[in-house]
Design a protein around this ligand. Structure first.
Ligand code: AMP
Ligand code: ZN
Length: 112
């Protein structure tokens, strides 16, 4: 989608600090990091939100979660958090599903 920020990053029409690229997903550094490590894992396919996913997206969602584990190991994180914000009330600001990978500091529970 040409008007989607993350689609434009995936299509390399906007710059980003890439961490890893895969056939199905792209990982890049969050522009406003909330932890020493804050990476966004984004599927190449545009899905607006977790709530917009269907059963057909199950394998892709599994790959995104695996990506978080692979990247955490690559980045040397033994403890980390994976977050998906769904809907404005939960803090979603970009309507292209993305997994936040956060680590490198102590993380409190529950999140705000
Ligand atoms: P969310 O609020 O869950 O939708 O997450 C969107 C995230 O995208 C936020 O943490 C933003 O800091 C991040 N973000 C927005 N624009 C960019 C960008 N151009 N490059 C990297 N991260 C971005
Ligand atoms: Zn998109």
């Amino acid at each position: 989608m040409s008007d989607c920020l993350f689609c434009r990053i995936i299509d390399k029409k906007l710059p980003a600090q890439l961490v890893q690229e895969d056939k199905e997903w792209v990982a890049f550094k969050d522009i406003n990091p909330q932890a020493p490590t804050h990476v966004l894992i984004v599927p190449r396919r545009h899905i607006p939100a977790l709530s917009a996913s269907t059963d057909a997206d199950g394998a892709l969602l599994g790959q995104l979660q695996r990506a978080a584990a692979i990247l955490a190991e690559k980045l040397g994180l033994s403890s980390f958090r994976v977050v998906v914000n769904n809907g404005a009330g939960a803090g979603q600001t970009v309507e292209h599903i993305h997994y936040h990978l956060l680590g490198g500091r102590g993380l409190k529970w529950p999140p705000g």
